[in-house]
Design a protein around this ligand. Structure first.
Ligand SMILES: Cc1cc2nc3c(=O)[nH]c(=O)nc-3n(C[C@H](O)[C@H](O)[C@H](O)COP(=O)(O)OP(=O)(O)OC[C@H]3O[C@@H](n4cnc5c(N)ncnc54)[C@H](O)[C@@H]3O)c2cc1C
Length: 412
C-alpha cells in the first residue's frame, strides 16, 4: 500500500522498478506453500538475488554510486522496497549484514576501506557476519573479553563470540575486540574486519529448537588482522559499534510480515469457516491496526535514517512495539490453525511454516538488544526515570574482571 500519491518523478521511478522486477522475478503467491529448501539452497538464492539487484543498480539506492550505490533518495529506496515486497525474492541475512556494516563504513571508515569493502559486499560476492556478542557480553556488550593485541602492523585476536548469525556462510566478519584492558571498559574496544577463512577461525553450529542452523559459536586463535582493517581507529570501536547497533534497531521490524501477516491469518480463518467468530474478527482487526502502525512507523524511520538523521530512541520504540505485536499475531495464527499449527510436514499447512514460526518468534524479542534493555533506554532517556545502578560504570576492563572474580569468590 503506497504511503501517499507519488509525485510524477516518483511515479516514473516506480514504473521503472516494477518493469525491472517483473522481468526478473515472479510475483509472491500467498496460496503457494512455503518453499522447501536447504539452508545452502536458500543462501545461494539470496546471493543470486543480491547480485541481480546490484547489476540493476538497486542494491543500495541512497549510497554513493562510486561504491556501487545509486546516489538516489530515501523515497526511491522506500518505493523499491514496496515494489520488491510483492515479488517472491529475498536477500535473507545478506540484507541484515549490509544494513549494519555499510552505514558504519560510510560514517567511520576510510576512503580506502569503503572502496575495497562496499562494492563486493553489495554484489553478494563477499558475505559478512556480525561478531559482537560473547558468552558474558550480550546486553552489556562493553564487557566483551575477546582480545586483540598489537604486533607491529597487525592485531592478534584470541577469544570467543556467540550467536553469530550466518557465520557458516560468511567470508568476512566485523568484530569487536578489546585492544586496551587498562582503559575504561567502553574505551578499550576496537572495531575490525576479519577473514572468516583464516585457519585460526573455528565456526561451530548452535542449532535452535526449530532445528534451524542460524546461529554459531566462533572461536579465534591467533587470528591476525592488519591495522588497515581497523575501522574508526584503535580504541574507537564503541563509537562505530553504536552506529551499527542504531541501524540494527531501525532494521528490525521494517522488513514486512511475509507469509505471517494479518491478511494471511484472515485467509486461513476464511478457509476454515471461522469468520463467524466475533472475538476472532475483533482480534484480527486489532492485529491489522498494529501491523499498519508498525509499517507506517517503519517507513518514517527508514526515510529519516536513509536521509542521514540518527534514529536515536525511535529504534527502541519500534523494536518493543514490533516484538509485542508480532507475539500477539503469532498467537492469533496458532489460534486459527489449532493443532495444525504444531505440524511440520510437507502436507501440513504451508509445509509446516507455522510450526517454525511458533518455535522461533521469541528470538525476535532478543536479537538487536532485548526488549527489556530497550525499555530501560526509553525509561531513562525519554521519560527521565532514574538510571540503573551500575557498579562497574567507571571501571577499566581489568578492574571489571577483578570485581567479577571477587563476586564469584564470595558466592562460592
Ligand atoms: C535472532 C538473533 C540473532 C542474533 N544475531 C547475532 C549476530 O549475528 N551477532 C552477534 O554478535 N549477536 C547476535 N545475537 C545476540 C544478541 O545480540 C544477544 O542475544 C542480545 O544482545 C542479548 O544478550 P544475551 O543473549 O547475552 O542475554 P543477556 O544479556 O544475558 O540477558 C539475559 C536476560 O536478562 C535481561 N537483562 C539483561 N540486562 C538487563 C538489564 N539491564 N535490565 C533488565 N533486563 C536485563 C535480558 O533482557 C534477558 O532477558 C543474536 C540474537 C538473536 C536472538
Amino acid at each position: 500500500m503506497p504511503r501517499r500519491p507519488d509525485t510524477p518523478d516518483e511515479a516514473a521511478f516506480r514504473a521503472e522498478v516494477r518493469a525491472w522486477l517483473g522481468a526478473r522475478a515472479e510475483l509472491r503467491d500467498p496460496s503457494r506453500p512455503h518453499r522447501l529448501e536447504t539452508e545452502e539452497q536458500h543462501m545461494a538464492r539470496c546471493r543470486a538475488w543480491q547480485r541481480t539487484r546490484f547489476e540493476g543498480g538497486y542494491a543500495a539506492i541512497t549510497w554513493p554510486s562510486r561504491y556501487g550505490g545509486r546516489d538516489g533518495t530515501a523515497v526511491q529506496e522506500l518505493i523499491y522496497r514496496e515494489e520488491e515486497s510483492r515479488f517472491d525474492v529475498s536477500t535473507g541475512f545478506l540484507y541484515a549484514s549490509i544494513a549494519l556494516l555499510g552505514p558504519a563504513l560510510l560514517m567511520h571508515g576510510t576512503e580506502e576501506q569503503r572502496e575495497r569493502v562496499i562494492p563486493p559486499m553489495l554484489r553478494g560476492d563477499v558475505v559478512w557476519c556480525q561478531l559482537f556478542s560473547e558468552p558474558d557480553a550480550g546486553s552489556d556488550l562493553a564487557r566483551l573479553a575477546t582480545r586483540a593485541e598489537r604486533d607491529g602492523d597487525e592485531l592478534v585476536v584470541n577469544g570467543q563470540k556467540v550467536w553469530t548469525t550466518g557465520a557458516q556462510f560468511s567470508d568476512r566478519g566485523f568484530l569487536l575486540a578489546r585492544t586496551d584492558p587498562d582503559a575504561k571498559k567502553h574505551a578499550g574496544i576496537s572495531f575490525m574486519l576479519v577473514d572468516m577463512h583464516d585457519p585460526g577461525v573455528d565456526v561451530r553450529p548452535l542449532p535452535t529448537a526449530s532445528r534451524e542452523h542460524q546461529f554459531n559459536e566462533v572461536f579465534f586463535t591467533d587470528v591476525r588482522v592488519h591495522i588497515d582493517d581497523v575501522v574508526g581507529g584503535i580504541g574507537s570501536g564503541w563509537t562505530v559499534a553504536r552506529t551499527t547497533l542504531a541501524n540494527e534497531s531501525v532494521m528490525i521490524g521494517t522488513g514486512g510480515p511475509q507469509g505471517e501477516g494479518v491478511a494471511d491469518i484472515a485467509r486461513m480463518a476464511r478457509d476454515r469457516d471461522r469468520l463467524d467468530d466475533p472475538l476472532l474478527l475483533q482480534d484480527l482487526a486489532e492485529a491489522w491496526i498494529d501491523e499498519r502502525v508498525v509499517a507506517l512507523f517503519g517507513e518514517r524511520m527508514t526515510e529519516a535514517t536513509l536521509a542521514g538523521r540518527r534514529p536515536d530512541l525511535d529504534g527502541s520504540v519500534m523494536k518493543v512495539f514490533w516484538s509485542d505485536t508480532r507475539h500477539r499475531r503469532m498467537e492469533l495464527g496458532a489460534r486459527v490453525l489449532g493443532a495444525e499449527a504444531l505440524l511440520d510436514a510437507e502436507d501440513a499447512h504451508a509445509h509446516g511454516a507455522w510450526q517454525q514460526r511458533l518455535l522461533s518468534f521469541p528470538l525476535g524479542s532478543i536479537g538487536g538488544g532485548t526488549v527489556e534493555v530497550h525499555r530501560n533506554g526509553i525509561g531513562e532517556r525519554v521519560l527521565g526515570l532514574p538510571r540503573e545502578p551500575r557498579a562497574d560504570r567507571d571501571m577499566t576492563f581489568r578492574e571489571v574482571q577483578a570485581h567479577d572474580a571477587k563476586l564469584t569468590g564470595a558466592r562460592d
